[in-house]
Unconditional design. Structure first.
Lengths: 405, 405
């Protein structure tokens, strides 16, 4: 027998790294909530968990539909974000606020750390005997959430990375040399792998792709670049910021002293890894024109590059969480994007247990990585292409050699 | 009395840093050349001066119109590029090739260094008594060519920078801290200044802008950031890669040993400057969350971000050079974009002397820079906005505070 409808207010927050479509999930959830009478007030917490702890909430019922639609198309977390894992003390404070505001529907948009936060809050609520629907809404450009075929935010970030490599490959073709581009992705190489979508013509870069899923050795890297350079007289390389040695220590971690409360070492926001790799090529491979760029925060928040499927699915994930919460079947959970088998691209949003996505990281499956560990396979391209969607069309001169005089 | 029409072949090449619209100029010139019967074969040199020296030419008459149009919309120099100043010895070799291929129309697309190269070749041709129409076609994302209101390539690069800062400002607003973004521009700050176009709402970054036109002092920079941070609890900074100390020495030059044959020290392709500035804030301002990104080569070659005006004018500049060369009035020169005075944005392409643009650098006029030397003025915004064109519309939540419980 279904329990009676739970009536009360809703609280939604955004957490972790922003994405280009995280506001689609926010707006999807808010617009869906308006359809359910058991949800009364709709509050947004400013800066995720921090806003809850400080009772720094806004009234999302006061937003016009037109403004919500504009915000949905705007990159980066409109409610503000945070990287914070709740301590037991925090949980007590969270409850105080949840009870004060009679929050019975709680939604937290984020990655695996945010799923962990949602899980902790849900467990604490259950222990306290406080009935609250508690849902995590999937999001991360890293694409590393368990249970998900892919995650909202990844498609748009991957589109940015692909378009960046399309242009950078052409730049490197015009002024040949070795070009190393460092791409975001702490433990999973999906975003770095998306660089492969940039290839249009034979010989196009990226010519080498290094992922955190395979141990990185500087000598093998130098040898790989030398081999490509000998044939092509140029080489474009995609490197994940998360590449790690045989012991699993991230190469970039050597340059970083910053660790967040989830235990993550700060890898982005520095050009040190790219510069280290460029120096190795300059010194050991004796190639003079070597450049390194670190794509940095542009990958997740660049304004104007969005995958249409990504935007649509992010909206659906937000709406789905509210549907799961109000549908009577589930007390809590996380939204997970599933893809139907077969050639045509079709996804649906399912509900999964919070513990299934909390904290855990999904890695690139072996079938997506080539045997040498320095490129992706056609299976990855088939997987990623529909998530990223159409890329700009580019051309190349036929460049028929002139008759020699 | 007009001299008789000069009949012969045409050679066109691209030089210096690629841009998102440099192929528009190439295609504009080729399509215009097809209209003039005195121009017989149309050759392209592969990799600029290098291709001429090696007689490595292609037959652009063999390209279909459809493929040329596709190439025009493709970023980065389709013919390849080079950074090379011709030595007197090179000039001899260049002539041999020009004569062998009966080149009477010569076009070189590039910046001030490329204008210098065109000037040298033109002078050498005149001295040798070899009649050849010799034109430079303006191009540079740095926007630093004399005689030009602005240059093809700048508008699209500026659009990329503006969209990057729009997103990055939102990212920094979501996860507050200090964010430093290093933007290209060796001696002129126009591209860095374009970051100011990202501002939409009150309080939006960039909050500080540092240009090569004003001496850079680390202590003033730290104090500026502290002042903004105290008010906003965050700070987004745009810094030109070309910022230099009181003596005019580029700060980034400390990290670089590479100099090209035009005497330019390599500044891009490293994250060192951004990391130095971030460290100064971390150490001296005692702010913990400090990140630096160096936009790097994405600024000039990113695929899919193009200013419509920029693309149009780049095409016109290429066509104009051919018109000047075939029109009977001029033997040589450079194309210069002039803007009509008044509120409506109107440009025309004029012909100027090669020596007027060769080697020289145009800087940001004083009226575009604020008194403190850490921001731009409304006059700059009025100047740059139509060159860059429409930017994506973004929204912000009204975020009405919830009634306190």
């Amino acid at each position: 027998m279904a329990r009676e409808k739970l009536t009360g207010n809703m609280l939604i927050a955004q957490s972790g790294g922003p994405t280009a479509v995280i506001n689609q999930s926010l707006v999807g959830a808010v617009l869906e909530a308006h359809k359910h009478k058991e949800i009364k007030k709709i509050y947004g917490s400013l800066q995720g968990l921090k806003g809850i702890l400080e009772a720094n909430l806004c009234d999302l019922g006061r937003e016009t539909r037109a403004n919500l639609e504009l915000v949905a198309r705007t990159p980066s977390s409109a409610l503000g974000s945070v990287r914070k894992k709740p301590t037991p003390e925090d949980c007590g404070k969270v409850f105080q606020v949840l009870q004060q505001y009679n929050i019975r529907y709680f939604f937290y948009i984020g990655g695996n750390d945010s799923a962990e936060t949602t899980h902790i809050i849900n467990e604490a609520a259950q222990q306290a005997g406080y009935r609250m629907k508690c849902f995590h809404i999937c999001k991360t450009i890293d694409n590393d959430l368990k249970e998900n075929d892919h995650t909202p935010g990844f498609g748009s970030a991957a589109k940015f990375v692909a378009q960046a490599f399309m242009g950078d490959n052409l730049d490197n073709r015009a002024l040949p040399g070795v070009k190393i581009n460092v791409v975001m992705g702490r433990h999973a190489g999906f975003l770095t792998a998306a660089a492969a979508l940039a290839r249009v013509f034979p010989g196009d870069g990226p010519h080498l792709i290094y992922l955190p899923e395979r141990p990185f050795a500087l000598d093998r890297f130098v040898a790989d670049v030398q081999r490509v350079y000998a044939v092509q007289q140029r080489c474009v390389v995609a490197v994940s910021e998360g590449i790690a040695d045989e012991q699993g220590t991230a190469i970039a971690a050597k340059f970083s002293q910053e660790v967040d409360s989830h235990g993550n070492v700060q890898l982005s926001g520095s050009g040190a890894l790219g510069d280290l790799l460029a120096k190795a090529i300059r010194d050991q491979a004796k190639i003079s024109r070597v450049r390194a760029d670190t794509f940095g925060y542009l990958q997740r928040s660049f304004c104007g590059v969005v995958s249409a499927n990504d935007a649509k699915e992010a909206r659906q994930a937000g709406a789905a969480a509210v549907k799961f919460a109000t549908g009577g079947l589930f007390e809590n959970g996380s939204t997970a994007i599933k893809r139907a088998p077969g050639k045509s691209y079709q996804v649906r949003i399912e509900r999964t247990e919070l513990k299934n996505v909390a904290k855990e990281t999904r890695h690139m499956p072996d079938e997506f990585i080539n045997a040498d560990g320095n490129d992706v396979t056609p299976a990855f391209i088939a997987y990623a292409a529909p998530i990223v969607g159409a890329l700009p069309k580019i051309g190349r001169l036929k460049a028929v050699p002139a008759v020699k005089k």
